[in-house]
Design a protein around this ligand. Structure first.
Ligand SMILES: Nc1nc2c(ncn2[C@@H]2O[C@H](COP(=O)(O)OP(=O)(O)OP(=O)(O)O)[C@@H](O)[C@H]2O)c(=O)[nH]1
Ligand SMILES: [Zn+2]
Length: 356
């Protein structure tokens, strides 16, 4: 926790006065429908206003970590604030939730830069990196590829060449958390007041990096507890931290399950897009079509078959996810208009009855 008064501009805000008891705040942690927000005077618990709750129909309508919100400040800080409005998001980060009616979940909002983490040990996998780059391309955020555990490899030059072959224009930094100056390439890129999120499989060293960046403040290990709707206490590790250098970091566990629902597969495979310009058919899928320039590039060795297979499976996954989301949107719309699908059917039956 901070002990000195905060300046919200350090959280990326432009100065905003408190008008009619309404102030600007940034969501730093969430637990069910309870929020921890950062205001000009420090951290405060908050809940959603009834109006906002009524308006919220899909998962993305609820505030998430990193959101800017307008809050009504309480007379007594112990009472907590009420979130009245959600500001438009610069970027949103969602992930696919398996087996849920609504197929996506909000992970974080207003991230400026994604730090795509991959370890240089056995975790090293170009295909996974391609997936991360596709998700990053669609998010609207910038991306940096962070290669971790440099002490665990003897083939760094070859790995850097391989990463360069899929990175496009995305910057690449190498980290070694075992060395005192091992994070210098990363810290050289990080700016005050910008919001960063670490993305990567479990065990690649994200927490280690965050703890090192947070230094003695050790904010990264702070657990956030808030009472949920049933009075239970839950701990969530997803939170927004301010580092001593002034950068903001969203610590998001579970990002490894990231689906490509919002991936921009084409944007992150610019090489394949460029080749596809020369395919005979404009809607070529680069499988077995005649005159396929992409297949020709594979045959000539210009493009690896593994990269093309990666592209095609991400495209297929994206198509399935988009279809699922369409269905979820449709259901949400029905729920908003009729309460539920069942009620809609009842009302439609009644209407048909009246017409007879
Ligand atoms: N050799 C070596 N080990 C590292 C390095 N960075 C992290 N580790 C170790 O890797 C293990 C996993 O690191 P974490 O920071 O917990 O990984 P994480 O990505 O946060 O994992 P999750 O919390 O499960 O997502 C720990 O034992 C770290 O000490 C490094 O640069 N070199
Ligand atoms: Zn083709």
């Amino acid at each position: 926790m901070e002990d000195k008064p905060l300046n919200l501009t350090e959280y990326g805000a432009t100065a905003q006065p408190v008008v009619n008891g309404l102030a600007l705040a940034r969501v730093v942690a969430t637990s069910h429908d309870h929020y921890l927000i950062m205001t000009e005077t420090g951290q405060l618990a908050a809940t959603l206003s009834g109006r906002l709750m009524n308006l919220a129909t899909t998962a993305t309508d609820w505030p998430t970590v990193g959101d800017w919100v307008q809050v009504r400040l309480p007379d007594n800080p112990a009472d907590g604030a009420v979130i009245e409005r959600l500001a438009a998001r610069q970027t949103v980060f969602t992930r696919k939730v398996a087996g849920r009616r609504s197929s996506e979940q909000l992970v974080a909002a207003n991230i400026d830069t994604l730090l795509l983490c991959m370890a240089l040990d056995a975790n090293f996998n170009l295909r996974r990196l391609e997936r991360y780059l596709a998700v990053a391309a669609a998010s609207g955020a910038k991306a940096v590829i962070v290669l971790t555990k440099a002490d665990q490899t003897t083939t760094l030059p070859e790995q850097l060449t391989a990463v360069a072959s899929v990175a496009g224009t995305t910057p690449v930094v190498v980290c070694d958390a075992t060395q005192p100056a091992g994070l210098s390439e990363l810290t050289a890129l990080m700016r005050p007041r910008l919001t960063y999120a670490f993305l990567g499989s479990s065990g690649v060293g994200k927490s280690t990096l965050i703890n090192r960046l947070a230094g003695s403040d050790a904010l990264a290990t702070q657990a956030v507890r808030a009472a949920d709707a049933h009075g239970r206490h839950t701990t969530t590790a997803r939170q927004l931290l301010r580092l001593p250098n002034g950068s903001l970091v969203i610590d998001t566990p579970g990002m490894r399950e990231l689906g490509v629902i919002d991936a921009d597969v084409d944007a992150s495979f610019a090489d394949i897009q460029a080749l596809a310009q020369h395919c005979k058919f404009r809607d070529c899928t680069h499988h077995t079509e005649p005159g396929c320039a992409v297949q020709a590039a594979v045959a000539s060795g210009e493009l690896t078959a593994a990269r093309l297979a990666s592209y095609q499976s991400l495209k297929a996954e994206q198509a399935v996810n988009l279809a699922l989301r369409g269905k979820a949107r449709e259901n949400a719309k029905i729920a908003r208009m009729f309460g539920s699908k069942k009620q809609m059917k009842t009302m439609m039956q009644a209407a048909r009855h009246r017409r007879r």
